[in-house]
Design a binder for this molecule. Structure first.
Ligand SMILES: C[S@@+](CC[C@H](N)C(=O)[O-])C[C@H]1O[C@@H](n2cnc3c(N)ncnc32)[C@H](O)[C@@H]1O
Length: 398
């Protein structure tokens, strides 16, 4: 027996559903009914509100519904807004910088409802489908799946035992009893297989072979792929060790999957090459920042390179591309008119790739992300392609 939302919550849920429908994220009556009946506040009794300190640092302020100081209205307002609510920070990077305020990298959150809705619509579940939800987190998405399919058909996994325990309690309070497991889900499910659908709310570098193995032929996976510079949501249909699909119309990015319950691995990077030259360019950091499909296409050309912010001594902000061999290139993102300049280091001029990809993208009508396919083949080979003309980019890598 599933608990229904109380009277004080029902109008807020209805307003959230209207927002999601108007945004085009909720597209079917089945999911609209589900979103209208799962009280999100139950899953986020504690969260971290993002702030920028007077020194310009991103910080997280803890809000806790059990505190005297936090009224119910503030809690419900946060829970029924279409926002991601961060719920856990990496202790290796989190430092207390004030009363109830920390810096640090988020390790769990309740994802923004529009993104959950978009992904669930892409997933295309039907009555009777068995679904594996990777990244239980707060349990909100698990509750949506249980409401749609029944607890018996829902499995959910998280790497963090404490998150899974809290989610189990919250789910049970609403009458949901899915199968919850605690492990690194990239290695597969410990005891279930033949899923009709897999949905992951943490990113992976490529669709793990273990997920293909866990999915029945004809089943489908929706996940966020992290290709370094950029990534995105893909939906692939599974046929044994093969998976083929495309980047989805729904856009959104997730925190990276990790092998530890609490912290991310430390990245070891080579020393960066000394500066080689400064030269004019017609493609600036602003172009990179403003066009998501262009960044994704650039990631196909330079798989697993990184794109980071660079702040100069005078405060000027650039976007910097950096490759594993130490080559780098950066260009200002603001206050610059074409032509801009690029500064680069390393044997080859990394920005020349940015310029040629920009030309290709513009010459092909600035295709959106869903004009690109994605496939995995046995042995770990994977590639993306431009669906209209079939041009391919090999993404096999680390
Ligand atoms: C964005 S949160 C999930 C949001 C969640 N679906 C919800 O509705 O609240 C991502 C979750 O993935 C989990 N995670 C990260 N790496 C993982 C891994 N290798 N295996 C399983 N879960 C993982 C994190 O602990 C975190 O709780």
């Amino acid at each position: 027996m599933n608990a229904s939302p109380t009277d004080d919550v029902r109008p807020r849920l209805a307003a959230l559903v209207t927002t999601l429908e108007e945004a085009g994220a909720l597209r079917t009556p089945e999911w609209a009914r589900v979103f209208a009946s799962v009280p999100r506040h139950v899953f986020v009794p504690r969260w971290y509100e993002q702030e920028t300190t007077d020194r310009g640092i991103t910080a997280w302020r803890l809000r806790d519904a059990s505190d005297q100081g936090l009224d119910r209205d503030a809690w419900y307002t946060a829970a029924y807004s279409d926002r991601t609510l961060v719920t856990a920070l990496d202790p290796a990077t989190a430092e207390r910088i004030g009363d109830r305020t920390w810096t640090g990298l988020p390790t769990s959150s309740s994802t923004a409802p529009h993104l959950m809705a978009g992904m669930l619509e892409e997933l295309d579940v039907h009555d009777g489908h068995r679904v594996w939800d990777v990244g239980t987190g707060t349990g909100y998405l698990t509750a949506l799946l249980c409401t749609r399919l029944g607890s018996r058909l829902v499995h959910s996994s998280d790497i963090a035992p404490a998150l899974a325990d809290a989610a189990r309690t919250r789910l049970a309070s609403l009458g949901h009893t899915p199968r919850l497991t605690v492990h690194d889900a990239r290695s597969g499910h410990p005891d279930a297989t033949g899923f009709d659908r897999v949905i992951a709310t943490c990113s992976v570098r490529s669709v793990p072979a273990a997920w293909l193995h866990a999915t029945r032929p004809g089943g489908a996976i929706v996940t966020d792929l992290d290709l370094g510079i950029e990534g995105g949501l893909v939906r692939v249909a599974v046929d044994g060790p093969h998976a083929t699909g495309r980047f989805t119309r729904t856009t959104g990015r997730f925190m990276a999957s990790r092998g530890d319950a609490h912290t991310y691995p430390r990245k070891l990077r080579p020393p960066y090459a000394p500066e080689t030259a400064v030269r004019p360019t017609t493609v600036t950091g602003a172009d990179l920042r403003n066009h998501y499909p262009f960044r994704l296409l650039l990631a196909f050309h330079l798989p697993y390179a990184e794109l980071v912010y660079h702040c100069a001594d005078d405060g000027a902000l650039s976007l910097q591309l950096q490759r594993r061999d130490g080559a780098w290139a950066r260009s200002l993102i603001a206050g610059e008119h074409h032509p801009g300049t690029v500064t680069y280091g390393g044997a080859d001029d990394l920005w020349a790739t940015v310029e040629s990809v920009w030309r290709w993208w513009n010459d092909h009508g600035c295709p959106a992300q869903d004009q690109f396919g994605y496939a995995c083949e046995p042995g770990g080979r994977r590639y993306a392609w431009h669906i209209p003309d079939g041009r391919r980019w090999d993404l096999t890598g680390p």
